[in-house]
Design a protein around this ligand. Structure first.
Ligand code: C5P
Length: 228
């Protein structure tokens, strides 16, 4: 609520997949549900923050008390994130498509016989790395996610350095995660928190509980708002 530990703070969250157009009716996407990102935005709002959620296409309601910017592509998401700054904390939980079609067709592509044209791809901007490496107006705390299927902690530590973020929330999205039904699309998550101080293994919990623990941690790091 208004008097919560994040009162007076602006928290920016990305969530969901992105859709990268191939033509007016087709797109490249991934299996992200947006559940973890949306749960984080909801938890930040409950802790009293002003929250901007930049969400790709998901089948979830807008969390209560959160300003939601709905976007489709990675480039749209980056623009919405930059428009939402400044923020005290930025949490990048979206599963952004790594690639998009090099040029989306203006008209629906036809399958009229003959050879199949290859789909040329080009790399999307890395939203997390872009914001984390900003010289001016960098949020005090920049948090990324790392979904891995093997060597979860080692890959996530490398990712933390490469992306320039403060924390990485690493999750094992393999069938070995121990989460019944899997992490992607499911309601539970088992994560490691990787900070400059080391690695913590958090017990498997609901995505809502992981969100609440993460919000409590970052509220503790930010401390009370200085009103001078
Ligand atoms: O490189 P990878 O996709 O594994 O990194 C995951 C982290 O980077 C997540 O926090 C994700 O939201 C962020 N990311 C991003 N923009 C991209 C790719 C990933 O913000 N184009």
């Amino acid at each position: 609520g208004a008097g919560g530990p994040l009162a007076g703070r602006h928290v920016l969250v990305t969530s969901g997949p992105t859709h990268e157009p191939i033509d007016p009716v087709r797109y490249i996407a991934n299996r992200s549900s947006g559940k973890q990102g949306h749960a984080i935005a909801a938890a930040a709002a409950r802790a009293g923050a002003r929250v901007t959620l930049v969400s790709g296409p998901v089948n979830l309601p807008d969390p209560p008390g959160v300003a939601v910017r709905h976007v489709e592509s990675a480039r749209d998401m980056l623009a919405a994130v930059e428009a939402a700054l400044p923020a005290d904390v930025a949490i990048f939980a979206a599963a952004v498509a790594d690639w998009r079609a090099a040029s989306a067709a203006d008209e629906k592509m036809k399958k009229d016989g003959g050879a199949l044209a290859p789909l040329a791809l080009t790399e999307n901007p890395d939203i997390l790395a872009t914001i984390a490496h900003r010289a001016e107006g960098r949020p005090r705390l920049v948090i990324g996610f790392a979904a891995e299927t093997q060597n979860v902690v080692a890959y996530a530590q490398a990712k933390r350095a490469r992306k320039g973020c403060d924390w990485i929330v690493a999750n094992d999205v393999s069938a070995r995660s121990g989460i019944p039904g899997g992490v992607m699309g499911g309601d539970s998550n088992a994560v490691h928190l990787i900070t400059g101080a080391g690695v913590e293994a958090w017990p498997p919990a609901s995505k809502a509980a992981v969100a609440q623990t993460l919000i409590a941690r970052l509220a503790a790091v930010l401390g009370p708002l200085e009103t001078a």
